[in-house]
Design a protein around this ligand. Structure first.
Ligand code: CTP
Ligand code: CA
Length: 223
């Protein structure tokens, strides 16, 4: 248990936060994943809880531990994440920091695929539901603030701005995850916050500091 002595502007607010990668099974022993560590999501969960929020933290199989002081709901696949998100509603704000797999294996095998010399499996994919877009476009019970993330390697602001419009979320937190930035799997982040008000480029800082600033902005928006 940690003690917090600062102001608690998110007291009484319920915030949903997705984090980490998802794993999409190929068979009982193999899966498709991505390089999300869950570090930014965990830092944000901690920062939101520090400001007094009731945080529902829906996480895929992340490298980093979930924050303390939040309700942790562990999932594996995108479809499980969507179910957990729907079960957590209604909330005052929903923040989607998870790196959700865009595709799942269309018919994952219930039995281990056996190696046969010279015969490679061909995987067919199906599209996963877009959880952020689904929540952002809810007709009834939409959270008052819906925040997405956009990890890009090219044309960061252009892609993220289009993503915000396409999905219908209020804010997009965009970042450049090109390998040379060291952001994916690292302890720092350099983000651009895109909202109705325009585009704000934040200095490169620790993921903890990005989390603290973002949590404060969320508190300001819900006040
Ligand atoms: N997201 C989601 N469900 C998905 C895919 C993405 O909730 N099935 C959310 C992510 O958590 C993130 C935002 O949507 O907040 C943007 O994810 P991203 O992968 O950058 O966007 P895509 O629309 O999948 O575009 P692409 O991967 O082609 O860049
Ligand atoms: Ca994607």
């Amino acid at each position: 248990v940690e003690a917090h002595f600062g102001p608690r502007p998110l007291a009484g607010k319920r915030v949903l936060l997705t984090s980490g990668p998802t794993h999409e099974p190929i068979d009982p022993v193999r899966y498709i994943a991505n390089r999300s560590s869950g570090a930014q999501g965990s830092a944000l969960g901690r920062a939101l809880a520090d400001l007094g929020a009731e945080v529902v933290f829906v996480t895929g199989p992340a490298d980093v531990a979930p924050p303390g002081g939040v309700e942790v709901i562990a999932v594996e696949t995108a479809q499980e994440m969507k179910d957990a998100v729907e079960a957590a509603l209604p909330v005052d704000a929903a923040v989607f920091a998870a790196a959700v797999a865009d595709w799942r294996v269309a018919s994952a095998s219930g039995r281990k695929l056996k190696k046969v010399a010279g015969k490679m499996p061909i995987l067919e994919f199906a599209e996963n539901p877009d959880i952020l877009a689904h929540v952002a476009q809810m007709e009834a019970g939409r959270p008052g603030l819906v925040v997405g993330f956009a990890a890009e390697t090219d044309d960061v602001i252009e892609n993220a701005t289009a993503k915000r419009e396409r999905k219908g979320c209020d804010w997009i937190v965009a970042n450049d995850v090109s390998p040379e930035t060291g952001i994916m799997g690292g302890s720092e982040n350099a983000v651009v916050l895109i909202s109705d008000a325009g585009t704000e480029t934040w200095a490169r800082m620790s993921k903890d500091d990005v989390a603290a600033q973002l949590a404060q902005r969320i508190a300001d928006a819900l006040a």
